[in-house]
Design a binder for this molecule. Structure first.
Ligand SMILES: [Mg+2]
Length: 109
């Protein structure tokens, strides 16, 4: 799903979402990042042989997938709030990093 599609879902379901303070979306992003951290912690514990209740390693991977998607949605909402194109921002930042750190540019390989 693209950033525009996330925006369409947001507009269809929450008419006044742009009137919400931006910190609402940023705090939501932080919460979702915490959920990824917690799922990762539990996943690592299963690799170390801990018994994590009734949650299996496979269920934790499913949880991680869900939480990563939540993060992506939060990022799209924040970008939409500022009328920014997230894909373009990432592309631009990678170009900065390629120059700054001397990374290989896959377009040259
Ligand atoms: Mg979540």
């Amino acid at each position: 799903m693209s950033q525009k599609e996330v925006l369409a879902v947001q507009n269809a379901n929450f008419k006044n979402w742009r009137k919400l303070p931006i910190d609402r979306h940023v705090l939501e992003l932080c919460g979702e990042a915490g959920e990824v951290a917690n799922a990762t912690k539990k996943y690592m514990r299963t690799l170390e042989g801990w018994k994590i209740g009734i949650i299996t390693k496979e269920e934790l991977i499913e949880k991680l997938k869900e939480e990563l998607a939540d993060i992506r949605i939060c990022l799209d909402l924040i970008a939409n709030y500022y009328d920014l194109d997230l894909v373009e921002l990432v592309r631009s930042k990678l170009e900065v990093n390629i120059k700054k750190f001397g990374w290989k540019d896959p377009r040259d390989i």
